[in-house]
Design a protein around this ligand. Structure first.
Ligand code: ATP
Length: 361
């Protein structure tokens, strides 16, 4: 039987809880799709840092490099800080180490779950935000400086936009729009920048426009990030694929998660040319950790994204069938009102939601 090695990094807080649900679903899928998943758990995270002084051991990084794909829960704890006072965030180290340049954040409306927008068109929300994940303003991480002292001091962080880094994430987004168009969606990419103010962003826009010329079947437009924040609330149903710089993407991906009810419904993938990490967009949620009430949907949908990515990479249609089965099972569970997650005001536990999905598989 064809077998896939998956490096599993549950991490901290609710990361561990939602990961358990995802592993249960993947195991249940194996006989259904005739594929084997070798799911090997590796240590990493803020608690590991507190215990050992290392949040991402070399052995874990090596296992990630060797695996077919990486499934990631959530990492970080508010009280665990690095030497410079910033949070311990090994997922950022993983992104840089494995050159995972495309942060893919899809959201869509789920029948049966309440949405914050009252306009009936909110039912049609189905968009993907692609966040450049290796440079932009996050290039400054660990490189920022404070110069001078007292009231004369100033702090500097640098935004870095390279031709290669921008071109590859723009190409990724345009290709994604082509795939979505083939599946009956719009085939439209909105480039989000701040080209009216920053040289770096004007350069980014120039590269986006150059790359778009190679995709004549895809329509494109440019938007400023501030206008985008407004339009994503006013008329999110009109967007298909968005592509943006790292920091803007960081902020807008939380905003779009809110459109469909919150972080519990927001899966994500960090994709490079050779590796990919799949993780829910939410953090470790220390406020609810340990109570068994975390919504596992974002994690389950991230596992489905992993299967889709593997299906494409290994030309293995059975995996795509598995991805679809997870999404459909979750959709049916909500549409039939069998479960309502805690973050939607419901009482369903993590296990209740996993069991509903298992029933429909
Ligand atoms: P980070 O900085 O890593 O994003 P955070 O603490 O700012 O972490 P989250 O951990 O995502 O953000 O939590 C934000 C809020 O959303 C919290 O109130 C948390 O309880 C809630 N939340 C996040 N994920 C879930 C989930 N899967 N199910 C239920 N509630 C969630």
């Amino acid at each position: 039987m064809t077998s896939y090695d998956i490096a599993v990094l549950p991490g901290d807080g609710i990361g561990v809880e939602v990961m358990n649900a995802a592993l249960e679903i993947l195991r249940a899928l194996e006989p259904r799709i005739g594929r084997k998943f070798t799911l090997t758990t590796h240590p990493a995270g803020a608690q590991l840092y507190a215990d050992t002084g290392n949040a991402l051991p070399d052995s874990t990084l090596k296992a990630c490099r060797d695996a077919h794909a990486i499934l990631f829960g959530a990492m970080g704890l508010p009280h665990v800080r690095g030497k410079d006072g910033t949070e311990v965030i090994p997922q950022l180290d993983l992104r840089f180490a494995l050159d995972l340049y495309a942060g893919v954040r899809p959201i869509k409306t789920w029948p049966g779950l309440p949405v914050p927008l009252r306009d009936p068109r909110a039912a049609q929300i189905d968009l993907v935000l692609v966040r450049e994940s290796t440079e932009g303003l996050f290039y400054a991480r660990g490189r920022g400086t404070i110069e001078g002292t007292g009231e004369q001091a100033h702090a500097l962080d640098t935004m870095k936009i390279t031709h290669q880094g921008t071109a590859r994430v723009c190409d990724f987004s345009l290709r994604l729009a082509e795939q979505r168009k083939a599946a009956g969606k719009r085939g439209h990419v909105t480039n989000v920048d701040k080209a009216n103010v920053f040289t770096s962003m004007a350069y980014w826009r120039q590269i986006f426009e150059q790359r778009a010329q190679a995709f004549p079947g895809i329509t494109t437009e440019n938007a400023y990030v501030d206008a985008m924040a407004l339009n994503l609330i006013m008329k999110p149903w009109q967007y298909d694929v968005l592509v943006t710089e790292n920091m803007f993407g960081d902020i807008l991906s939380d905003l779009i998660a809110a459109l469909v009810g919150g972080m519990g419904m927001a899966p994500s993938a960090d994709i490079g040319d050779h590796h990919a990490v799949f993780q829910p967009a939410h953090g470790t949620a220390p406020d609810i950790a340990g109570r068994g009430i975390a919504n596992p949907s974002a994690m389950l949908l991230s596992a489905a994204m992993m299967l889709e990515w593997l299906a494409d990479r290994h030309a293995d249609a059975a995996l795509a069938e598995g991805a679809l089965a997870i999404e459909k099972a979750l959709r049916t569970s909500f549409a039939n009102k069998e479960v309502l997650p805690f973050d939607f005001g419901g009482k369903s536990t993590t296990a209740d939601i996993a069991n509903a999905v298992l029933r429909h598989l």
